[in-house]
Design a protein around this ligand. Structure first.
Ligand code: UGA
Length: 443
């Protein structure tokens, strides 16, 4: 049975480790001793479907263990590096955690007969695995890549909210390596793990693999910003609907239907950070990042656009009571990082509005960003009570279930701004319903 080490127990590391422990022996490492202590008891703050059960199963069966000591990784066939690469103010990524984990793994290899494959899962700009990680591993181990150990790049494509399912059913596996020996070992590992369910493999060099990750996220973000820009045009024409435009566009197999849902803009820990990193990286290469800049710019201005729609409807925002339904960057998660809701809430506050906010899972997280500046409520109904406009910012099922009569009954003025297109205008004819990307005649 393979033995695997996973360094960094955030979303990617923990979900990958927990899934691998279904079949293999896994040692998860994190420098945060408190996190390790909780994980040993089977506790995690990551609310992924199925994760809790996998953790329990892994711990009970003895297949999954947690540590903060790099020496406990020794003997692993593979060590996956899945530490965070947060943004610096310049937009570049902060490689501090990648560097320290590579150095620590190197030290654990030093003087041992251990010949692992070190696998980069963290999102890093092209050239990092060869230029930074490999050098640190060699320096600290005193050994040579390609001779004593291997280094591969294996970017991750899982999504928050469906991380376990995505890990169990990947649509492709991209493997970068400097040597055929490294990529063969990693490919054999994944083929053994997935068996007949193994997806397509793309085997390439480390830098290309790193570029695949940025290109995939940047392309998905481009689709979103593109349709968000088109939705601004559609809103200018009564009867025009961006959803119909997106549907018709998506029927062209060259375009495809996914990631064409207009909304308040993309958030989360990946797209905004990756786009900014790609911009900074392109500039450093002497390239004009104009194209990616535009994608970022549409996203940055989308909350302002939502605010203008609310302002136009209410005729000013000073003293108006605004309810924001949905704080997480998308439904099904408690993550508010780069959430457009947080940006929008701050914009409303700066325009003198009074704010009540609600999310079924993300209230505690949002409090860390919004503090006491807003009123947090315990239900959607409580949130909309007495308000002049309700702005729906994510597609939680609790919001989908709200009935027009409830808005009419509880709000001071029943105006609903649906940025996720979750309400049927036919059913909502009794309230003033405004939807992103749907032009309506001036009332
Ligand atoms: C994203 C990618 O989808 C994953 O493939 C990738 O592995 C991950 O980033 C990462 O790099 O770690 P995630 O951030 O979990 O995953 O979220 P998505 O489901 O992709 O949504 C991102 C944002 O785009 C959300 O705010 C969502 O509401 C928004 N979105 C998505 C739209 O506004 N419209 C769409 O049509 C789709």
């Amino acid at each position: 049975m393979y033995r695997v080490g996973v360094v960094g127990l955030g979303y990617v590391g923990l979900c990958t480790g927990a899934v691998l422990a279904k079949k293999l022996e896994v040692v998860g490492l994190d420098v945060d001793a408190r996190k390790v202590k909780s994980l040993r008891k089977g506790m995690t703050a990551i609310p992924e479907k199925g994760l809790q059960q996998l953790l329990k199963w892994g711990l009970d069966s003895g297949r999954l263990s947690f540590t903060s000591d790099y020496n406990e990784l020794a003997g692993s066939d593979f060590v996956f590096i899945a530490v965070g690469t947060p943004s610096l103010t310049s937009g570049e990524i902060d490689l501090r955690h990648v560097e320290s984990s590579a150095a620590s793994i190197g030290k654990a290899i030093r003087g041992s007969g251990w010949e692992p494959v070190i696998v980069m899962k963290s999102t890093v700009v092209p050239g990092t695995t060869d230029g930074v990680v490999t050098g640190l591993l060699e320096t600290h181990s005193g050994k040579r890549v390609g001779k004593d150990f291997e280094v591969c790049s294996n970017p991750e494509f899982l999504r928050e909210g469906s991380a376990i399912q995505d890990t169990l059913n990947p649509d492709r596996i991209v493997i970068g390596s400097r040597s055929r020996k490294g990529s063969r070992r990693l490919e054999a590992f994944w083929r053994a793990f997935y068996g007949r369910k193994a997806p397509l493999f793309v085997v390439t060099d480390n830098t290309t693999a790193e570029l695949v990750k940025y290109s995939s996220n940047a392309f998905l973000a481009t689709k979103i910003s593109f349709i968000n820009f088109i939705s601004r045009i559609a809103e200018k024409f009564p009867g025009c609907d961006v959803n119909v435009v997106a549907k018709a566009m998506g029927l062209d197999p060259r375009i495809g239907p996914s990631f064409l849902e207009a909304g308040p803009g993309y958030g989360g820990s990946c797209f905004p950070k990756d786009l900014k990193a790609l911009i900074a990286f392109s500039e450093a290469l002497g390239l004009d990042p104009g194209m990616i800049n535009s994608v970022d710019m549409v996203n940055e201005t989308q909350p302002q656009h939502v605010l203008s729609l609310a302002e136009g409807t209410l005729g000013g925002l000073q003293g108006k009571r605004v309810a924001i339904l949905g704080l997480a960057f998308k439904a099904g998660t408690s993550d508010v990082r780069e959430s457009r809701s947080i940006v929008l809430a701050r914009l409303f506050l700066s325009h003198g509005a009074e704010l009540r906010v609600y999310d079924p899972r993300a209230t505690d997280e949002a409090r860390r960003f919004l503090g006491d500046s807003v009123a947090y409520t315990r239900s959607a109904m409580d949130c909309i009570r007495g308000s002049d406009v309700a702005v729906v910012m994510n597609a939680e099922s609790e919001f989908r279930r709200l009935k027009p009569a409830e808005f009419l009954k509880h709000m001071r003025r029943a105006t609903v701004l649906d940025t996720r297109r979750i309400y049927d205008p036919g059913r909502f004819s009794m309230v003033e319903l405004f939807q992103l990307g749907r032009g309506v005649a001036k009332r």
